[in-house]
Every structure is written in C-alpha cells, then in structure tokens.
Design a protein around this ligand. Structure first.
Ligand code: GDP
Ligand code: MG
Length: 274
C-alpha cells in the first residue's frame, strides 16, 4: 500500500504476513543488516515520532548503517502506521507493516521478524518504558550470545516508579511463571521482558504459538537458545498515550504459560524416547 508522506513522496507500507508463525532463515546474507529491531505499536501516535528518533540516535551510534527498524502497527485508529510511514523518506532504515488481519502483541513481534532481514532480531516497546539508550548496551553484549535480555531484575535493573498495582500484578505473573515454567526462570532473570535481541539462527524454522503479550518465554521454550546475556535497565512510567493492557491479558498469560508447560513436557518425553 502506498502512503503519501509529508514531502509528497509515495512510500510503501508493508502488508503483514499471514499463516504459521515461523521465522525464515536469512534470505540474502550478503546484504543483511546486523540487526532488525521490531517496534510493535497500537495507537502510539503521541510517541512514535520521538520514539523512532531516539531509536535512530542510539542505533546510529551502535551500528551505523547496519540496522533496520520495523514498525508493526495493528491498523491503529490514530493512524500510527501512517505517521511512521511519513518518516520513511528521511529514515532509510525504517520499514512499516500495517497489520489488519489479526491482533496481539507477541504475534505482532513475530510478524515483524518474518519480514525482517537482519541476523539479529530484536524488539522494544514504543512508549519509552524501555529507555532507547538500553539498545547500544544490548548490542554491546550481543557477541557470543544467542539472546541478550534487557532485565528489570538484575544487573542494576529496576521497576522505577511503578505504582503498587503494577508491581503486584508483575510479581504475581512472575510467581506463576516461576512455578509452572521453572526451566525458563532458571535461565533468565526476567522472562517477561519485552525488550531483547535474539540471533535469528536460534529461533528460525520453528513454529511459534504465543498468546497475548509475552514473546520471550515462547522463544526460550521453542527456540534453540544457548548462551544468554543480560543487561539491567530501569523501567520508566508511560508518559504519553495509554497502556493497552486489558482485563483479558492475565487469562491469556495463564493460557500461554500452560501451553508452554505442555510443550516443555512433550519435549522431555521426546528426548527420553530417543
Ligand atoms: N502491534 C501491536 N502492538 C501492541 C499491541 N498491544 C500493545 N502494543 C504495543 O506494545 C507496546 C507495549 O504495550 P503497552 O500497552 O504499553 O503495555 P504495558 O507496558 O504492559 O502497559 C507498546 O508499544 C504498544 O503500542 C497489539 O495488540 N498489537
Ligand atoms: Mg507500556
């Protein structure tokens, strides 16, 4: 779909892939950027311009000319996708996907990786709750790792000035996860993090089936993630726009955790049978 940007040029907005959630191997390794960073958005018109500028500043210093940013917008009513597309003429590393056929944050991230061209795949939220200056630190810690996680729970990370409700629900989600998916919690201090980089090789060609918000747990169970590095960060409060968390999300999280538990058990049975 072509969108006319502010300076009158027609820019191409990508249509989201459909079908099974499988990240393909790299198409053309020669021209591939080091990193493809997916920014999932839903009604982020108040953040998107400043956020992409901040991402660009940080990645220009860490990986000059060697990254792409893929915004995956769920057909936001505030037209976030169109605002982002208007930035493309001045930001050659920017690509925009408008997803009209399905919803869900974790699936949006994987759809972005399906169109991504980079060797490393990553994700970060568009509302500044993950400070964009964590990106160069993640890139710095990527060599030798299959996964680098921005964590709130070690290496100097924290929950910042989060309110009591948010702290309690985050603590509850982590307790449930630790109880039902101990293997995942043994590997990473913050498997609920929405900001991380993963090597494409570690997750390509496997079918992913996340539900709701959390994508990292999915990769840890279904991917082939070996070496993991972490990088602490202080989570910020959202300043502009609204959180999209709604009453259904805790149930989706629970269903997702049980689905992953069943997958872990099936993998164990398979390896015993071999
Ligand atoms: N594409 C897409 N992005 C989403 C969806 N839900 C949330 N987001 C984006 O994901 C990021 C985190 O969402 P947010 O509502 O701030 O979650 P919270 O930080 O847990 O309150 C933000 O960039 C949102 O715009 C969704 O269903 N689809
Ligand atoms: Mg947020």
């Amino acid at each position: 779909m072509a969108v006319v940007s502010q300076n009158g040029e027609a820019e191409r907005v990508l249509v989201a892939p459909t079908g099974r959630l499988i990240v393909p191997p790299i198409g053309n390794a020669d021209g591939a950027p080091a990193l493809s960073l997916v920014v999932p958005t839903l009604n982020e018109s108040e953040n998107i311009v400043d956020f992409l500028a901040a991402v660009r500043r940080n990645l220009d210093s860490a990986l000059p000319g060697d990254y792409e940013v893929v915004v995956v917008d769920d057909d936001s009513t505030d037209r976030t996708w169109e605002i982002a597309a208007g930035l493309m003429p001045d930001f050659p590393g920017l690509r925009v996907v408008r997803r009209q056929n399905e919803g869900g944050l974790a699936v949006a991230v994987i759809r972005g990786w399906q169109v991504a061209r980079g060797r490393l795949l990553g994700t970060i939220n568009a509302d500044f709750q993950h400070p964009p200056d964590v990106l160069p630190k993640l890139v710095e810690r990527a060599p030798g790792a299959d996964l680098v996680v921005a964590t709130r729970h070690s290496d100097g990370g924290g929950l910042g000035d989060w309110g009591m409700m948010r702290r309690v629900s985050s603590w509850g989600a982590a307790r449930i996860g630790r109880w039902l998916l101990p293997q995942v919690y043994a590997r990473v201090s913050d498997p609920l993090s929405g900001c991380y980089l993963v090597r494409r090789d570690a997750i390509q060609n496997v079918e992913l089936r996340p539900l709701g918000y959390k994508s990292l747990m999915e990769l840890l169970v279904r991917g082939s993630v070996g070496e993991i590095h972490e990088c602490g960060y202080e989570m910020r409060k959202r300043v502009r726009g609204q959180s999209k968390v709604h009453a259904l999300h805790p149930w989706q999280y629970l269903r997702h955790v049980f689905r992953l538990r069943a997958a872990v058990q099936a993998l164990k049975r398979e390896s015993r049978a071999r």
